[in-house]
Structure formats: C-alpha cells, structure tokens
Design a protein around this ligand. Structure first.
Ligand SMILES: Nc1ncnc2c1ncn2[C@@H]1O[C@H](COP(=O)(O)OP(=O)(O)OP(=O)(O)O)[C@@H](O)[C@H]1O
Ligand SMILES: [Mg+2]
Length: 379
C-alpha cells in the first residue's frame, strides 16, 4: 500500500513505462495481474495497450476474445467493455503467445534460406526450443522485443511462464548464448566430430546447459546428425547473439519495469526476496511487489453480526471468522518479513476474492486494487 500522499506506483508505471513484465512463481496470479494492468492502462490512462498472455485460463481467454494460439493480436470489443461497465478511453489488445511459432519465426529470420528447413526439422532443434532450461522465458522476451520494435502500442504488458526458479528467468538470454557458446560449438565442430569419428563421450562440456540438453540424446541419434545440426545452427550464431543482447537491454531499459507477483504464502517468500535482489542487482526496475490473494481480517461488523445470530449458527460463524483471522495473521507476518527484505520497493495488496478472475468485470475490480482506487486495510 502506498504511503498517504504518494502516488500509487502501478498507476505511475502505467503512465510512464512502455513495457511491464509480470513475474513470479506458478499460480500466483501473473496472468491475472498482467491482464488487469493492460485493461487499466487502456481504460483509465488512455494508453493503447497490449497484454501478451501465456497459457491463460480458458474463461479468461474467452473474456479477452482470444480463442486460439497463434500470436494474433486481437482488439477487445468495446461493446464487451461497455457491457462490463469498464470505460474505454483507448483500444485494448490481447494475444496468446505461441512459443513454438515464435521460435520458428526466430530461426526463419536468423538462418540463411538454405539452412532453415534443416534446422526446423532437426530433432535437436525441437528439443532445444522446448526443453532447454530458460527457453520458454527466452522466447517470451523475444516476442516482447518484436512487439516493441514495431512500437504500435503505448504499453506492452508481458505475462511470463511459471518460473520454478527466479534465476531461470533472468538468466534466459545468457543460457541461450551459453548454448551457442563458442567452446561448445568448437568442440562439436571439430573436423573429426563432423566426420563422425569421435564419440560424444570424449567431449567434455563441463556442466553447460547445452551439454545437459544434448546428453539426453543417446543411442539412435547419430553423431553425424548432431554435427550437421550444429554446423547449420552456427550460421545463425551472430544474429541470435545480437538478438539476445537486445532482449537483455530491453529488460534493463528505464522504460521497462517488473511487477513481482506473489502469494502471501510463507513457503515462497525466500524465492521472492531472491528474485527481487537479482532484479535490483541487474539494474532492473521493480515497480512494485503485488501480494495477491491476501486474506482480509474479519471486520468488527462481521463479528457483531455473528453475535446477533442464534446458536448453533453463531458458534459456527464465529469459528469461521476465527479461522479467517488466523489466516490473515499468518499473511500479515509473512508480508511484514517480505517488506523488510524488499526495502524500498513499494507493496500492493490484492485480497483473495471468492471467485476466480475470469471476466472483464472481475479484471477491472482487480485493477482497481492494483492502482489504489480500492485498498485493503493494511494486513
Ligand atoms: N485475488 C484473487 N482472488 C481469487 N482468485 C484469483 C485471484 N487472483 C487470481 N485468481 C485466480 O487464480 C488462478 C491463477 O491465476 P493466474 O492464472 O493469473 O496465475 P498465474 O501466476 O498466471 O499462473 P501460471 O503460473 O500457471 O501461469 C486463476 O483462476 C485466477 O482467476
Ligand atoms: Mg499464467
């Protein structure tokens, strides 16, 4: 919650930034927060906004007018916004990121025409693009760089894949570069290997990600096939590197901010603190930490209402209120610790709603908490 007199940090970010990236572990509310922020940007700030979602819940996708993958940017129908009582100052767009297609497009753009098919059809490419650690995170950022380069939106809000470990996300460009690392490439491209005379087991890559991924292939896959793939992929080395550098720069730009989303769940606090530290160490801007699904404390009015009930109903309702109180206390302790560890980044709280956030009305309601129109009493 922002201190009295200070502007809500997310309202400000919605006005000033051109890229917002919602990050956090699985299931905490990244997609919800990303969509709510884009909605708010278009509807309240009058900035043409796009939310790039990743695997949104089906009902949310429907509410945004998205029916299938394919990187298509769809404008949200103004009639739907009006129907949900949401103002429509500027157009709002949404899309679902198609990871495979985005990888393929990257290769198509980066590879010489005679090498494209060879790379796209290779089993190694298919495994690397889907299984290499960080490849999902990377491709989301690659899409972001593409969208940004076109600059037809005032604000792009990027949702991100569930990240098991914060470092996977920040390190994604480096991991992709690591795969193209000259050492690994040199080993693979030695003439002996290319001729298929040396076994893979003689090659030592240490613990590089490339080696780990490639070591999953055994038996049937031939060395020649691997060497051939490495030879063709080496042709897109430089443009790939350049792109990974651009993506890194975009994330560190002053016009980009991260929004860290978390549950008030004590088990996950270390990870949030770690992620926050990493972002700051990398000179990346954190607009706010959003603590989502916070249990509100039962109010005095709820307590008084319970007292007026006949037994045994009164006992049951009071027990439920006590449980809620305990959950709210647990959240409050966790949040206090988190705030201390993330000084001076501002915090924003969104209560746990009774229902999922799967339509425009609920998204708008969530956005009002994010931008300070509505505030939870401090947990
Ligand atoms: N404050 C809230 N109160 C109640 N339900 C919520 C709240 N925020 C999000 N939800 C619901 O929780 C579910 C998970 O949210 P969401 O999909 O945004 O999480 P996510 O971090 O994107 O998940 P994933 O890591 O799987 O992509 C959704 O059904 C969403 O509608
Ligand atoms: Mg999601």
């Amino acid at each position: 919650m922002s201190a009295p007199g200070l502007e809500n940090p997310l309202s400000r970010a919605l006005r000033e930034k051109t890229v917002l990236v919602a990050v956090g572990s699985g299931g905490v509310g990244k997609t919800t927060v990303a969509a709510a922020l884009a909605l708010r940007s278009a509807s309240a700030e009058g900035r043409r906004a796009l939310v790039c979602t990743i695997d949104p819940a089906k009902r949310l996708a429907n509410a945004l007018g998205l029916s299938e993958l394919g990187n298509a940017e769809m404008r949200i129908d103004e009639a739907l916004l009006r129907h949900a009582d949401v103002p429509a100052k500027a157009p709002l767009f949404a899309m679902m990121l198609d990871m495979k297609r985005t990888w393929d497009e990257l290769v198509e753009r980066s590879a010489p025409p005679d090498k494209r098919e060879k790379i796209l059809n290779s089993r190694f490419y298919q495994a690397l693009s889907s299984r290499l650690a960080g490849s999902q995170e990377y491709i989301a950022m690659e899409k972001l760089a593409q969208l940004r380069a076109r600059s037809d939106y005032d604000l792009v809000v990027l949702d991100t894949p569930p990240t098991a470990h914060a470092i996977d996300f920040l390190d994604a460009p480096n991991r992709i570069l690591d795969f193209l690392d000259t050492d690994a490439a040199r080993w693979l491209l030695t003439p002996a290997l290319a001729a298929g005379r040396v076994g893979l087991r003689f090659l030592s890559f240490g613990s590089s990600y490339a080696a780990k991924t490639l070591s999953k292939f055994t038996g049937a896959e031939t060395l020649q096939e691997l060497a051939g793939f490495m030879l063709s992929i080496s042709t897109l080395n430089e443009s790939f590197r350049q792109r990974a550098r651009q993506v890194g720069e975009l994330l560190a730009a002053p016009s980009t901010s991260f929004v860290i989303v978390t549950a008030p769940n004590p088990e996950r606090l270390d990870e949030v603190v770690h992620f926050h530290t990493l972002l700051r160490q990398n000179q990346m801007n954190v607009a706010a930490v959003v603590v989502n699904r916070v249990h509100p404390r039962p109010t005095e009015a709820q307590r008084a209402d319970a007292t007026a009930l006949p037994e045994p109903l009164r006992g049951r309702v009071e027990a439920t209120l006590d449980e809620l109180q305990a959950l709210a206390e647990r959240d409050a302790d966790a949040i206090a610790a988190l705030r201390r560890a993330c000084e001076p980044t501002p915090f924003i709280f969104v209560p746990r709603f009774e229902r999922d956030v799967h339509d425009l009305t609920a998204l708008w309601h969530t956005a009002r908490y994010l931008t300070g129109d509505l505030e939870m009493t401090a947990p």
